[in-house]
Design a protein around this ligand. Sequence first.
Ligand code: P6P
Length: 352
Amino acid sequence: MTKFEVTTLNEFILKSQMNYPQAQGGFSHLLHHVGIAAKIVNREVNKAGLVDILGEVGNTNVQGESQKKLDVFANDHFINAIHNCGEVCAIASEENESFIFFDDEMSRNGKYVFLMDPLDGSSNIDVNVSIGTIFSIYRRISPIGEKATMEDFLQPGTAQIAAGYVLYGSSTMMVYTTGRGVTGFTLDPSIGEFCLSHRRMETPEDGRIYSINEGNYKKFPKGVKKYIKYCQVRDEKSDRPYTSRYIGSLVADFHRNLIKGGIFIYPETESAPLGKLRLLYECNPIAFLAEQAGGKASNGFEPIMKIKPTSLHQRVPFYTGSKKMVELVECLLQEHTNGKTVDLPYKMENQQ
Ligand code: P6P
């Protein structure tokens, strides 16, 4: 008789806490509340087609993007759940211009700040394509007991103490790291629990999937154009080109590439010199996960997590995934800045 052992998210969080003898349980309590908010949002995402929650709420967010009802729902419920845990003194969200600080005594004594994109890929909500929540957690810098400051949020990604995402897809998963590897949990709706399903997620060192919005090809940097053409020529080993996969939902594209191997690219373009994705609550958490899984994440020239942030919603060019793929595109980008030509394993006809 095989022993069917289920490890729930909360059991795993408590077991992991034992690695930190000095822990008092506050961080575990915070992660537990992330799981609660994820289940609440999941419930609404799963029935979005059935109730009047699709469509636009009629206003735009700080990014100037039209807000979908589910964006607002997810933002409100994550803020509520994270506030209720009492461990966080303030939150920054893609949906809010400035950070939200909690002025009650319990929160003012919170040791952490929480950053999030509450519902990333929201343009896919009404067409039933996977969407996700991305989160990042830091220890506050400002004195405990006082109001949070912007400095608490403008820390480099290397200072993250946890990061993760919730993927509302064919099944709902929560994937996170606290710096000791990447772990994945799949929601079992029959018991309402996230159950351990991917004990240690490691991304292949190389891959054959490239994810980029090729509709912007003409505006890409030369190095990116050259990399795309490289992906499209014959692969000497298997005699077929790489595979292009892009669904316009960062969490879904990243998750697929994390498991199968691949690279996700959102580069700078002539019209958007800093790219589109936000450093603090999209690129840094994804970069933490990518590196913890053995992959890489950069802006094409330096590791994403080493960038010193200057504003809450700043954007950065983003290249992340299998180590060897990111390193090659970095070389191609840099050859056009430092004149060193890269010896590609293929003879590339002159690319326009
Ligand atoms: P584009 C969704 O709006 C998002 O922030 C990411 O989830 C996704 O990777 C990207 O934008 C898609 O952008 O310009 O290709 O539609």
